[in-house]
Ligand binder design. Sequence first.
Ligand code: CP
Ligand code: NVA
Length: 298
Amino acid sequence: MRHILEIDDLSSSELARVLDLAAAPDPARVLTGKGMALIFEKPSLRTRNSMEMAVVQLGGHPIYIAANELGLDTRESVEDVTNAMAGFHAAIGARVFEHSTVERMAALDRVPVVNLLSEQSHPMQALADLLTMRREFGELAGRTVAYVGDANNVARSLALGAGLAGMNFRMSTPPGFAFADADLDHIRSTGIEPEVFDRPEEAVGGADAVYTDTWTSMGQEEESEQRRRAFEGFTVDERLMGFAQVGAVFMHCLPAHRGEEATNDVLDGPRSRIWIQAANRMHAARGLLSWLINEAQQ
Ligand code: CP
Ligand code: NVA
């Protein structure tokens, strides 16, 4: 049974197939009469709405479940919840504080499990990001995406996805907020060499897409003041965008903290693709579910 806990649970050719399915105008209704459980331990706008709409577009019925109503590992173990859910649903999606929670769900192999964001990865975001860049550039291979900011879940999945698609990945983070060596090795396993720079200007130099995310992820709120100081100089503004290719686009997974990781000029400017990117979450989710429910399990 296939599960999507990180984007490199897909091979390069499977990723290309998922992106093709995401772009298909009239998808087969592979979820007719079936449900998908969507469990959230953290807040969500885009992920919840895009997953629910993707399930509906495939003929299925999504059920949103706030994790505190389930009492994961307090009222009932993660394993018991998963086994019970598998009796009702064709797939389970979960947004979790600890990546090990989705790993425990997947380990039971009852129904496909999709990671809807953990502290480690955000594969559904990376799919939408690749879809957005593919629509922008046509061919992804050989293009360069530069990530400026925290080496977080979004950055990790983006880097892995870029690698699988044959893109170049450049990044710049403040000292103490970079990827660990194990993460860099993981990115290298996709076949690319991530390029790491001290200065954001160097990372952005010549990039086709400039990407940033919040400096304080969900679950890190107590560090926000310290992080705001540490990330000074890493704001994506018009000046920094000036180092990228002429015609480069700006991307952000959202929610944005306006004036921190990016300025309003950039977020709302002509290079910004943030709303297309957000809308592509639904198309990417539909493509992934089409593949996962139908093709992957055959
Ligand atoms: N980008 C993203 O995952 O947004 P939400 O947290 O609103 O789902
Ligand atoms: N890195 C952010 C992404 C939100 C979609 C977080 O984990 O909170």
